[in-house]
Design a protein. Sequence first.
Length: 552
Amino acid sequence: MAGNAEYIPLDKMSSSAETVHKFKTNPPRWKTPEFYFYYFIFIITIPQMFRRAIKFSSPDNVNYPKYKNLLSDGWMFGRKVDDSDGQTKQFRDFAFILLYVLITHVAISRVIQALPQNTSVKYRKIYSLIFSTIFLSVLYGTSLIKILILLSINYYIAKRFGKSKWNPILTWIFNVSILFLNDYFKGYKFSALWSGLEFLDKRNGLMPRWDINYNYCVLRSISFNMDYYWCLKNKEESKDVEEKIIEDQGMKEYKERVKDSLLESDYSFFNFLVYILYVPLYLAGPIITFNDFIYQINHRNSLPIKKTLLYAARFVAVVILFEWTIHYMYVNAIIRRRAYENFTPFDYCMLAYFSLNNVWLKLLIIWRFFRLWALADNIDTVENMNRCMTNNYSLAGFWRAWHTSYNKWNIRYIYIPLGGNKNPIINNAVVFMFVAIWHDISLKLLEWCWLIILFLIPETICTKFINKRIQHWKSYRYIKSVGAAANMIMMVGANMVGYVIGFDGVKEIFGEVFAFKHIIFYSYMYFCIMVATQIMFEIREEEKRRNIYKKY
């Protein structure tokens, strides 16, 4: 193993979708009369969007008394704060405690990492496991026993069935079943096994619902079992695999770290627990594969301090933006109380738009906090959200840019094993069914899943069969914007169903917006969205020109 290997950033990943290429590009349109017209539309429309959302969130609004008890005392300019979302409130309440834990964890870990190579790797793993055990014991109390039992069963499946096809089959059956069982039994009770164990149920830590965060353990458990299975299969196919791994002395790029198997001895129960229970990524990710995680620790990955500090500064900026948003736009509280009296179609649109922005910013902050923690500990993970929510016009691209690490996990462990692009519609349907079940066993997530699958069908057909035949037309860019605008409306609807208000709520809002009497308004709205897609197309062209193209 190499000491202090050179860091290779994730933005230089070598997969086909992310490799830096030279692309044929069109001349820039930024300074053309057409785009100056688009800028004018932006200058007129965007301030109005914020103005409307702030206005219908004002204490002077007729609906304010209906939801004001959901608001809490804020700290910004005497405003109340909308922390009525459970995740938002929980993260804000524990943010400073988590910051203290982060500093403590990283400070000790950095001292250990400064030791000689062999010593530092060994003691870093021991320290990580001890810290994880203490942290999760405080968090979940005696429920940590349940977590360890489930993880041990998963590990047994991997070791008992090894390279047999029963390894992946039983791995998937067991872990998907756990998602349903955890939801049904709400975390289980010790007293259900024996009444004498009832005292253990009373010591369930700060977060009694351990089963909610266990969903991430399911992903990591599948990652370990599948990576171990492929390791044994590769070893069977090539007797030189281990020799090749031993000869490697440099820090690999991201794709290689994920794909290349480790030594068979690395797939131990000790490494398994270190990986699964790793504190910085345990609660919310980003998701990292077993191969990648253990490789980085074994090779003592050393990340640039400058990168981590810059990332921290960006994180603080996003937190301030989110705090301003929930202090001035009470969209979540309004939706929860259905406080829509006297709303115009424009108000409904802004309610839907900013509620999704609220979800996006909330998840961006949570994921970036834990990724920052991992970066400070010299573990590099995929950035989950690498495009602004508003800068998306493709359903497939939106998904890849919304939860990137999870998307990559699904591609590696579901989509490609099922045959990949040979049957894209069927394979995407399987992926999104799992995504819905993994998030929550609920009707609104299943409705979200079915809508996404339905909306992906025309996009897939257009991408594979129609685009190539008409992309040489002069009007292609405008025809594409018509479809892209429709895609964006469908994305808003589907995600409102899954993550905000449910199917009935979306029917109510969309029914008001798209009523025939409002045809002039929604025709203008559709035109504005088409203008936005033209800007997005040009942003993609600019990325090609700068050789930072992302295949979204």
